[in-house]
Design a binder for this molecule. Structure first.
Ligand SMILES: *[C@@H]1O[C@H](CO)[C@@H](O)[C@H](O)[C@H]1NC(C)=O
Ligand SMILES: *[C@@H]1O[C@H](CO)[C@@H](O)[C@H](O)[C@H]1NC(C)=O
Ligand SMILES: *[C@@H]1O[C@H](CO)[C@@H](O)[C@H](O)[C@H]1NC(C)=O
Ligand SMILES: *[C@@H]1O[C@H](CO)[C@@H](O)[C@H](O)[C@H]1NC(C)=O
Ligand SMILES: *[C@@H]1O[C@H](CO)[C@@H](O)[C@H](O)[C@H]1NC(C)=O
Ligand SMILES: *[C@@H]1O[C@H](CO)[C@@H](O)[C@H](O)[C@H]1NC(C)=O
Ligand SMILES: *[C@@H]1O[C@H](CO)[C@@H](O)[C@H](O)[C@H]1NC(C)=O
Ligand SMILES: *[C@@H]1O[C@H](CO)[C@@H](O)[C@H](O)[C@H]1NC(C)=O
Ligand SMILES: *[C@@H]1O[C@H](CO)[C@@H](O)[C@H](O)[C@H]1NC(C)=O
Ligand SMILES: *[C@@H]1O[C@H](CO)[C@@H](O)[C@H](O)[C@H]1NC(C)=O
Ligand SMILES: *[C@@H]1O[C@H](CO)[C@@H](O)[C@H](O)[C@H]1NC(C)=O
Ligand SMILES: *[C@@H]1O[C@H](CO)[C@@H](O)[C@H](O)[C@H]1NC(C)=O
Length: 716
């Protein structure tokens, strides 16, 4: 009896205490939360959800005046587990935010059926899967009260039915991006209500028409995103009646047809992203009416015609990207002088003519200019370096002339980090004096490309002054002389292409000092600025590869197609971080140094068409990433090693070596003399060490290691 009295007292006190804070929690909600708690766990510090206290006092919980839970707000709490149906019993819940956790499994059946006060649901950035259909209420719709739905960045699949929205007349924002949804975009999402402001369907597997009519009813719509899907058809005409639009973003689909003239009526628009589709026709003549336009991204389409002069009236323009279209016209006629906010200009891969207009140099915000792969001509203006922030300049594959003047005029660009001038200046002489570019000039340049110009002269001595240089391309010129030893002092250089020149002399020992090729640790520490625009690389006549960051470019030495002679130095074994070595089509002699087996990252080794002798070192079979190997047309002898990647190479990798034998050449080794220059003690030690290293690497990557092709390694 006394116990009962005390219990009564305590309960009363508790109630008073809780009531003082307006926090008498509802028993059913309390139980529902405990059930929810039982199905999730936090991998960081745990929630203070104990049955002793009122649930209204728990972390992340807010109750209404009746002690019912109205808000469950636990973003970024490292929650794991399932969202159980018990949540559905929180009958007054209006705001649910469980974003940025690790919740998994599917939403329980009918979850939305009982949450009929729900206004905000944010489940973004979890691992939720399954379809949405089963979680709907019996009417098949989100609750009538719903205003904001964010289920983005999960693993949901299935179709989003129009009927899900049949009651959701207060919906303002729906974000389904970054899932695996399929089927059409819900066509009648705008049909019965007009409050929607944000729709995001991007990065799913939606297909069919973009939205086949009906978008016009979303008169408040400001942001429409549906990029990175498989949508087809054209932009629906009624999109141009949605005057509130600020952003249309539908890149990377199969959309086609013209960009309607109606778009110029969307005067509030700031972002138009239509890239990577199949749009055709011209840019609307009156695009200049879009006075708020900041981003116009139309690259990789079929657009034709010229740049409408009125575009130069879009004074807010920050990014203009028209790369890879079929546009033409004289860029020199455009007056850029009003585009004071312009940062990025990419007109690459079109048929533009003329020279860069002088007015461009009044766009003081410019950081990146690409006009590569056009028909531009003329000389490079002295005013380019009046652009104080210019860091990316790509003029490749045009017919610019006077490289001496170009380099002199660019030498003053303090912030330039990418400079590609390849395929211009045909048959000119590359200035070579060390003082031509002084030790104070071009100190930020990380990428310098001067390939394919048929330059005559020697490797320019001024390159030694470019302390930040990481990538150097002088390929396909007529450069003579030898490879200068000072190149080994370029402390950040990890990509060197001197192929297809007239270089002679030996492989300079000093080159093996290159620290960024010797040590990955060193290379990882290099300063690698963000590239404002991608660079395109087609080394070795391979297909063009796009690199958005410098760190993805594989460390490489291309010296093929020259007249280099002498031995391949054994010191090459110190290039621990090298992925590509091409010495083919030279006059190298001597043996393949066994130390090459030390290069455990090597993916490509081309030594063909030289005068190499001796055997193929057996230990090369320990190079587990080697996917391209060619030693054809040398004087190699003995048995072709087997095992490892060697089981994947074809006969063509070995042909033209009369002394080689082995199954792959259908040439038995039984008649061959016993080999003499087998491994010394020293190289056996090396083999073991190498095996240890590569074994480790092999296991880290096992699934992909065998087929790992040179160009698809995504992260470096
Ligand atoms: C639980 O933690 C929150 C803060 O994280 C605090 O405000 C609240 O008072 C705690 N509740 C209980 C019952 O300990
Ligand atoms: C959910 O919480 C996160 C983190 O605080 C916040 O960024 C997000 O805006 C919230 N969601 C909604 C719909 O308010
Ligand atoms: C709960 O989550 C686990 C993964 O954590 C999942 O395997 C399971 O299917 C989920 N249960 C339900 C009912 O969704
Ligand atoms: C929709 O919003 C309005 C204004 O906030 C509100 O009065 C109305 O009750 C809401 N409708 C529903 C079904 O919740
Ligand atoms: C939708 O959510 C994603 C994250 O999942 C976010 O990046 C994106 O900006 C959101 N869309 C809109 C229109 O806010
Ligand atoms: C355009 O933006 C302005 C300023 O934000 C706003 O007042 C106006 O209502 C918008 N126009 C339309 C048609 O939504
Ligand atoms: C792109 O559109 C053109 C017509 O403008 C058509 O001939 C071509 O097949 C389309 N390409 C693709 C990939 O759909
Ligand atoms: C640019 O704007 C000015 C003033 O608003 C106007 O007079 C001119 O015609 C416009 N230019 C073009 C090419 O549309
Ligand atoms: C040079 O640019 C033209 C387009 O003007 C393009 O067709 C051609 O393929 C480009 N050449 C190289 C080597 O990129
Ligand atoms: C390049 O320009 C400089 C300076 O105008 C001039 O002296 C030189 O003759 C030009 N060279 C060529 C190859 O046109
Ligand atoms: C092999 O690589 C190691 C670094 O892992 C290096 O220290 C050593 O000098 C290399 N050996 C040869 C023979 O190049
Ligand atoms: C290749 O080397 C042999 C001797 O090893 C020499 O006789 C021959 O001239 C060399 N051939 C070439 C093309 O350098």
């Amino acid at each position: 009896m006394r116990d009962f009295y005390y219990l009564f007292l305590i309960l009363t006190l508790c109630c008073c205490f809780a009531a003082a804070y307006g926090q008498v929690s509802d028993e059913q909600d309390h139980e529902s939360l405990l059930a929810f708690h039982a199905s999730v766990s936090s991998s960081s510090d745990s929630l203070n959800w104990t049955s002793a206290s009122s649930c209204c006092l728990w972390e992340g919980i807010t109750c209404d005046g009746e002690g019912k839970v109205s808000r469950l707000w636990l973003p970024s709490r490292a929650l794991k587990g399932n969202i159980t149906l018990s949540l559905g019993r929180l009958s007054h819940l209006s705001q649910l935010n469980l974003s940025h956790n690790s919740l998994s499994g599917s939403l329980s059946n009918g979850l939305f059926g009982s949450l009929d006060s729900l206004e905000i649901i944010d489940l973004s950035f979890n691992l939720l899967s399954g379809t949405l259909a089963s979680s709907m209420s019996s009417s098949g719709s989100f609750p009538a009260t719903i205003r904001i739905i964010d289920i983005s960045s999960n693993q949901f699949h299935g179709v989003i039915q129009s009927s899900f929205f049949s009651m959701a007349s207060n919906l303002t924002s729906f974000n389904a991006s970054n899932n695996y949804f399929t089927g059409p975009i819900p066509q009648s999402i705008c049909a019965s209500y007009s409050l929607l402001r944000t729709l995001d369907f991007s990065s799913n597997n939606f297909n069919g028409q973009l939205i086949n009519g009906g978008l016009g009813a979303c008169s408040e719509l400001q942001v429409f995103r549906a990029g990175f899907n498989s949508l087809s058809g054209s932009l629906p005409d009624d999109i141009y009646s949605v005057k509130a639009l600020r952003e249309i973003s539908v890149p990377a689909n199969g959309l086609s047809g013209a960009i309607g003239d109606g778009i110029v009526g969307l005067t509030n628009i700031t972002v138009i992203e239509l890239f990577s589709n199949n749009f055709s026709g011209t840019i609307p003549h009156d695009i200049g009416k879009l006075s708020n336009l900041e981003h116009l991204l139309l690259h990789i389409n079929n657009l034709s015609g010229s740049i409408p002069p009125s575009l130069m009236n879009c004074t807010q323009l920050v990014k203009l990207i028209l790369r890879v279209n079929s546009m033409e016209g004289e860029v020199s006629k455009l007056d850029f002088s009003k585009l004071l906010r312009l940062q990025t200009l990419d007109l690459g891969n079109n048929f533009f003519t003329g020279n860069l207009p002088e007015t461009l140099y009044s766009c003081k915000s410019l950081t990146a200019i690409r006009v590569a792969d056009n028909n531009l001509s003329g000389e490079i203006s002295t005013k380019l370096c009046a652009l104080p922030s210019l860091s990316f300049l790509s003029l490749s594959n045009n017919t610019f002339s006077n490289v001496t003047m170009a380099l002199r005029n660019l030498a003053g660009c303090k912030n330039l980090n990418t400079l590609t001038l390849s395929k211009n200046f045909y048959d000119e002489t590359l200035p070579g004096n060390e003082s031509f570019i002084g030790p104070e000039e071009l100190q930020m340049v990380q990428i310098l490309a001067l390939g394919g110009c048929n330059f005559v002269g020697q490797v320019p001595a001024w390159i030694a002054n470019l302390k930040a240089l990481e990538v150097l391309d002088l390929s396909s010129n007529k450069i003579t002389g030898s490879i200068p030893g000072w190149m080994g002092n370029l402390s950040s250089l990890f990509y060197l292409d001197l192929s297809s020149n007239l270089l002679s002399g030996e492989f300079p020992l000093q080159l093996t000092r290159l620290p960024a090729i010797r040590s990955q640790k060193f290379a990882d520490k290099l300063y690698r600025s963000y590239l404002e625009l991608p660079v395109f690389v087609a080394a070795n006549n391979a297909s063009w590869q796009q690199y958005n960051q410098l760190a993805s470019l594989p460390p490489a030495i291309y010296l093929q197609n020259n007249s280099l002679h002498g031995n391949i130095p054994s010191e090459i074994g110190q290039f621990q971080n090298l992925y590509v070595l091409d010495l083919s089509h030279n006059e190298f002699s001597g043996i393949i140094p066994v130390q090459i087996s030390n290069l455990t990252n090597l993916e490509m080794l081309h030594l063909y068409q030289n005068n190499l002798t001796g055997e193929i070192p057996e230990s090369l079979t320990n190079l587990h990433f080697l996917s391209k190997f060619n030693v054809s047309f040398n004087n190699l002898q003995g048995e072709i090693p087997t095992g490892g990647q060697f089981d994947t190479f074809l006969e063509s990798s070995f042909e033209g070596n009369p002394g080689l034998c082995g199954r792959i050449l259908n040439r038995s080794c039984s008649n061959q003399p016993a080999t003499t220059n087998r491994s010394t003690d020293d190289s056996e030690g090396l083999n073991k060490k190498v095996f240890g290293i590569s074994f480790g690497v092999y296991f880290c990557f096992s699934g992909i290691s065998m087929a790992l092709a040179l160009k698809i390694c995504p992260i470096r």
